[in-house]
Structure formats: structure tokens, C-alpha cells
Design a protein around this ligand. Structure first.
Ligand code: CA
Length: 226
């Protein structure tokens, strides 16, 4: 799970980064609105924590431009202001949630969890991807007359890869989303399950497989394209 912090108060930004990393989130930190927008547009983040008062471009503008560009990454806005009007402006500009400084780290963590739950697990019961169909309600993939069941972890991995489409999913992300924050699963667990899913895709004779991109992660790709 990757989080972008856009905050020019360095002390606060660093404290947030530390708290989030303590929860196994991967965190990038930038200190002005323009950088915030550029990073956010990469589409790799699960949540953006965005300050309102920022150099170069204010947070409301960043959020608005992100939405205009078709980016729907959940945004939590941080601000020192506490008037109803500012809250409304923030939400109007495309933010999903709003926190007034000072806030408790636990509250921020709870809101991040709520937002990522809301956004990351929406996959219809039956999804067509490339040349195969994934039925998540019965954990089964099929192509033509061939089908095979996936176990829980295989199914969660495939769900994540389908949701992210063209963005590689890192091992860290797979561990936190499939095994959970508290788990002591490591790279070898991920590699093993990835190979199980690959075998099952092969079994149904899909031309899609899970490609591995060095240092970036895994992605579903059509092996005929190579
Ligand atoms: Ca600020």
C-alpha cells in the first residue's frame, strides 16, 4: 500500500511518514503542491494525504486538477482551518475526507483504512480480463470450457492485479493486502503464490500470465504480445 504525503511543514510530514511506515505503508513525501500533483498523477498511490496551504500550488487546486485528469485516488485533506466553508470547498475540489490540524495519528490511520477499504475492493463478481473470466464470488477463473478454482490467497492476488491493471503491484503491497499488516509473510510466500496463479492461468490456456518487473512488482500481461 503506497501513500503520498504532500505537506510543507517538514516536522509534521516526517512524523506522519514515520507513523505510516510503522504500519508497513510505503510512503513518499513532497513539500509543495506542484510536486504533489506530479507525483499523484503517476497513479501508483492508494491514498494521498494533502495539506491545503502549500507553496507553488494549494491543496484544493491539486485535488481539483487530479480529478480533472481523471485520477480518482482517495485524498485526505489536512488543514489548520476549521470553518464549515473551508470544509465544503475542500470536498468540492475533489477531496474524499478532511482532517483539521492538530489531529491524532490514530484518527488519520483509521481514515486511511476506511478509504482504502472503500476504494480498493470494488471488483464486480464476474470480471472479464483479457481472454479469461474471473468470478470472484466463487473464486474461479475460466476460459472457454476450461475452469479452475483459486484458493483464498490466489484469488486475492488476482483481484489486486486485475484492479491495478497497468500498474505493477509490489511484493510489499501484496503482503499487506493479502496477508495483512500483522503477518510475517515474506517475499518467498508471495513468489510461491504468484507461481500457483501462473500455473492456473496456464491450465485454462489463457495467454495472460503474471509478469515480474524487477523492483517494481507484478502485472498481468499477455504473453502473446512479446
Ligand atoms: Ca502547509
Amino acid at each position: 500500500m503506497q501513500i503520498l504525503i504532500v505537506e510543507d511543514e517538514l516536522r509534521l510530514a516526517k512524523a506522519l511518514k514515520q507513523i505510516l511506515e510503522g504500519q508497513k505503508y510505503m510512503v513518499d513525501m513532497v513539500a509543495n503542491g506542484q510536486d504533489g500533483l506530479d507525483y499523484a498523477l503517476s497513479g501508483i498511490y492508494d491514498v494521498i494525504v494533502l495539506d491545503v496551504m502549500l507553496p507553488k500550488m494549494d491543496g484544493m487546486t491539486v485535488a481539483r486538477k487530479l480529478r480533472e485528469a481523471g485520477n480518482s485516488t482517495p485524498v485526505i485533506m489536512l488543514t489548520a482551518k476549521d470553518s464549515i466553508k473551508d470544509k465544503i470547498n475542500g470536498l468540492d475540489s475533489g477531496a474524499d475526507d478532511y482532517m483539521t490540524k492538530p489531529f491524532s495519528p490514530n484518527e488519520l490511520l483509521a481514515r486511511i483504512r476506511a478509504l482504502t477499504r472503500r476504494y480498493s475492493e470494488v471488483l464486480p463478481d464476474v470480471t472479464d480480463f483479457g481472454d479469461f473470466t474471473f468470478n470472484s464470488s466463487v473464486s474461479e477463473i475460466s476460459k472457454g470450457d476450461k475452469s479452475i478454482k483459486l484458493n483464498y490467497k490466489e484469488s486475492e492476488i488476482l483481484k489486486l492485479l486485475i484492479l491495478r491493471k497497468n500498474v505493477p503491484v509490489s511484493k510489499e503491497d501484496l503482503i499487506t493486502k493479502v496477508w495483512g499488516f500483522e503477518s510475517d509473510a515474506g517475499d518467498s510466500n508471495v513468489e510461491a503464490y504468484i507461481s500457483f496463479v501462473r500455473k492456473k492461468l496456464k491450465f485454462i490456456q489463457s495467454s495472460y500470465t503474471i509478469a515480474s518487473h524487477k523492483k517494481k512488482g507484478y502485472m498481468l500481461e499477455n504473453s502473446d504480445d512479446k
